[in-house]
Structures are given as C-alpha cells and as structure tokens.
Design a protein around this ligand. Structure first.
Ligand code: FAD
Length: 435
C-alpha cells in the first residue's frame, strides 16, 4: 500500500531530534508525519540521566557549543543560536514543568519530574501542533530517485511517498532503545560519507577486572586520568596522558563507569584502547606536598590510630585496604610507625592509583556514538543534505558526540528544530512558489 505524504514533511525517528523536528515542522504549517520504530516515543530520553534526564546545560549558548570538538562546535553554531538551551527550557516550562540547574551547570526536571515527564511534555507539543504519529512503524529503506527523496518503505511493505524527509534515526548505542544504526545504512546508500564509528561516553572494561564486591562502589569528585601504557610509549616513565576528567567514578563488575570514565572514553577508544591505562587521583585539590604534610600532621596527632583511618576520610571503606595493597603498605600500621617510604607510597597511591589496563570500550554501552554522517555533507544553517534533494539530517545520525552534561540532547533539540523548520519552509515554497 502506498501512503501519499507528498505534500507533507515526514520524519523518521521519534527520539529527541525527531520530536523537535516534527514539532517545529508542524508549527511552521507543514502537515507532518512522524514514524517511530518502537511502540512509544522517546525511548532513549526515558533512560537518559539515569531516568532523571539531564535535558541541557546552562550558560551562554556559545559556551555550551564550545564544549564540543572544534569541527562539531563550528557545525552546531547556527542551530544552537537558532534554538538555544533557554528555548528548550521554555518549551518544557510552557507545559508546567519546572527545571533546576545543578552547581555543575547540568539542567534537570525538578523532582518528582523526570525523563518520563519530559517525553510527555514533548508529546503534548506534538499533539498541539497536529503531528501525526505512527508507532510500531519501522522504516526499512529510504528511497531516492534521481538524486531526490521519493519516500520510505516500511517493514510491513507499505511505502510512504514524500519529497521532504527528515532522518533522525539516532546512533547505535543501547540498541534496545530502537537505535540500531539504520540511519547510517540508508545515508551510505544515498551517497553520504560515514565517519568511522567509535565509542564515546562509554564505560571502560578493565584488566584485571575489579573484585566483585567493588561493583557499585562510587568515588566522589576525583580525577580520572587515561594514559598510554608506558610500554606502548617505549617504556620509561608514565605514558602520554590521553585525557583527564573530574567528577564521580563508579566501579562496575567489568571495570569503571560514571562521568569520569565516560569523559575519557572517546579519547581512549580513539587511541589503541588495549594499550591505555587509567589511574585515579582521589584528592585532586591536594597537591602532593600538601597531602604529605597533612599525613605527617595526622600521624603526629594520632600516633596510636591505624593509618587506614586517615585514608578512610578520602575513600569508601571497601577501597581502603586495596589502596594499601596497591601502595605496598601495611594497613595495620599505626601513625607513630608509618615510615617515610610507606608515607610516600600512600600519598603516591592517593594521587595516582593505577586501576588497570583498558580491555575494551563497548560501543553499544556508550551514551552516544562518535562518528556518523560527515558534517561536511550537511548544511549547518538548514540541516539540508548536500547530497540528496529533499533530505534533512539531525541528531546523533550526524558525526557529533559531545561530553556528558546535557550537551548531546541540546545538539539533538537544536539540529532537530532547524531541520523541521527548513523542511517545512521548503515544502511550502514548493507548494506555493510565489509566496
Ligand atoms: C543511557 C543513556 C543516558 C543518556 N543520558 C543523557 C543525558 O542525561 N543528557 C544528554 O544530553 N544526553 C544523554 N544521552 C544521549 C542522548 O540520549 C542522545 O544524544 C539523544 O537521544 C540523541 O537523540 P536522537 O534523536 O538523535 O536519537 P534517539 O533519541 O536515539 O532517537 C532515535 C529514534 O529513532 C528511532 N528509529 C531508529 N531506527 C528507526 C527505523 N528504522 N524506523 C523508525 N524509527 C527508527 C529509534 O527507535 C529512536 O526512537 C544518553 C544516552 C544514553 C544511551
């Protein structure tokens, strides 16, 4: 069966970018159809920020943009200014949702509001704008004829004929949320260049794997450093630093996760991951000398107490003995008996505890995937494909991967908004060339 949507904008993907694109196209006056593979909209939004949904990042939009890699930030400039972080917050608050900004700039719904409410607000905007939504409607191919979009084919064999198609099918991480890299396959077939995929914002699997009872242990406000292993650098001193990230660290049964691990993962994945190591500075605000002086003072003040008590102030209980083991110091040592050698080793371990070699950075477990449709082939002012007429791209299908902190959703909202606006304008111009 052929569904005629030639006088409409069709959007593939009911995630962050696709919902904004459909909303904006409809508000701009275009009949709009949104096709979503899953049986509900916004599946990935629902799991974002651990279900709390870090919707965007606060601050001047140009500073938000500057947190992306240079070429990505350059590409995002027009869309970020066209639809800012404040504009997105306005969209939420227009439906009664309240948001708050954490000290680190991340913006969340005020509890008990959460990711589910974000999706509900967006659904309400889609309804108000008159967007038609087809759920359980997986697209299997994008049909291009003579360099122009002709329509899409659905899994049930039906075709949707359209000349204005927005592809917002996302990336390939967390495939259970519906994102299985379909958009990339279609875009490659349509003649677009794909930048090779790499994990980003992903956990790190380590060798040796941490003991089972460390799983779930968190270290607050530490500094994680990823380095090339010394041997990969030709031996000698510590290997070259690849990336550092400050924040929380979480142990898992396979390695480490949490903002710090995610923050270094893209650089690790881009280097040879297996020759990278990670180490954690447990007390990043304490320079080596000051920490040494503090430990000396503490030992003087507490000659009879076990030095483990000092370390417990900085580390979760379960990690105290392992740190002593890593330092090669005896955890039973009392303040009065801590030798200068052991003191130095303990301070060294607190400032750079080697956690192991990176065994793997799992692409599918990343919050985003780096790589995708080359930014050179999409016009950043309009999100029009430079390869296929009537085609627009937005969201993670593009080669964009920002840091943790609401940046990736903002990229999806902004690029989606612009894609919707342009597709609607192009459609209406075509229908009414004299207007
Ligand atoms: C665990 C996790 C937590 C995250 N937390 C945050 C956070 O707190 N803040 C933040 O900024 N970012 C976060 N992100 C990243 C953010 O969710 C993504 O960057 C964003 O969702 C990308 O938007 P998108 O619209 O491009 O893709 P998606 O939101 O993934 O949407 C793509 C949609 O396309 C649909 N689709 C795919 N193929 C087809 C097809 N063949 N036919 C029809 N439909 C199809 C999918 O089902 C999906 O609904 C997180 C990601 C994950 C995985």
């Amino acid at each position: 069966m052929v569904h005629d949507f030639n006088n409409a904008v069709v959007v593939i993907g009911g995630g962050a970018a696709g919902m904004l694109a459909a909303y904006r196209a409809a508000v701009c006056g275009a009949p709009t159809l949104l096709l979503e593979k899953k049986n509900r909209l916004g599946t990935k939004i629902l799991i974002s920020g651990g279900g709390k949904c870090n919707v965007t990042h606060a601050g001047p939009i140009d500073e938000v943009r500057a947190r992306f890699r240079v070429n990505e930030g350059r590409f995002l400039r027009p869309s970020f200014f066209r639809f800012t972080n404040e504009d997105f917050v306005d969209l939420l608050t227009a439906k009664g949702m309240q948001v708050y900004t954490r000290p680190d700039g991340r913006i969340f719904p005020v509890p008990p509001g959460d990711a589910k409410d974000v999706v509900e607000v967006l659904e309400a905007h889609l309804r108000d704008a008159g967007v038609r939504v087809w759920l359980d409607a997986p697209v299997v191919s994008v049909d291009v004829e003579d360099g122009a979009v002709a329509g899409v084919t659905l899994e049930n064999g039906d075709t949707v004929a359209t000349r204005r198609l927005i592809v917002a099918a996302g990336g390939s991480s967390y495939p259970a949320t519906g994102t299985t890299g379909d958009g990339w396959r279609w875009m490659a077939q349509a003649g677009h260049t794909l930048v090779p995929l790499r994990a980003a914002l992903a956990p790190l699997y380590l060798e040796p794997t941490p003991p089972a009872d460390w799983s779930g242990v968190a270290l607050r406000d530490c500094l994680l450093r990823a380095r090339r292993a010394a041997v990969a650098d030709g031996g000698g001193g510590p290997g070259k630093e690849l990336m550092r990230w400050r924040g929380d660290l979480l142990w898992t049964h396979k390695g480490v996760s949490g903002p710090t691990a995610l923050g270094v993962s893209r650089e690790v994945a881009e280097a040879i991951p297996e020759s990278s190591v990670v180490e954690v500075d447990v007390l990043p605000d304490e320079p080596f000398e000051r920490l040494t002086a503090r430990l000396v003072d503490w030992c003087r003040a507490h000659p009879r107490r076990a030095v483990t008590d000092f370390v417990e102030e900085a580390l979760p209980n379960r990690l105290v003995r392992p740190l002593f083991e890593a330092a090669g110091a005896d955890p039973a040592t009392r303040g009065a008996y801590l030798s200068q050698r052991d003191r130095n080793r303990l301070v060294q371990a607190l400032k750079g505890w080697a956690l192991g070699r990176v065994r793997h950075v799992p692409l599918e477990r990343g919050e985003v995937v780096a790589g995708g449709v080359s930014l050179d082939e999409v016009d950043p002012q309009t999100m029009r494909s430079r390869k296929v007429r009537g085609l627009y791209l937005c969201g993670e299908v593009l080669d964009i991967a920002g840091p943790v902190g609401g940046y990736n959703l903002q990229a999806a909202w902004s690029t989606g908004y612009v894609a919707g606006e342009t597709a609607a304008a192009d459609l209406m111009k075509e229908e009414n060339p004299s207007a």
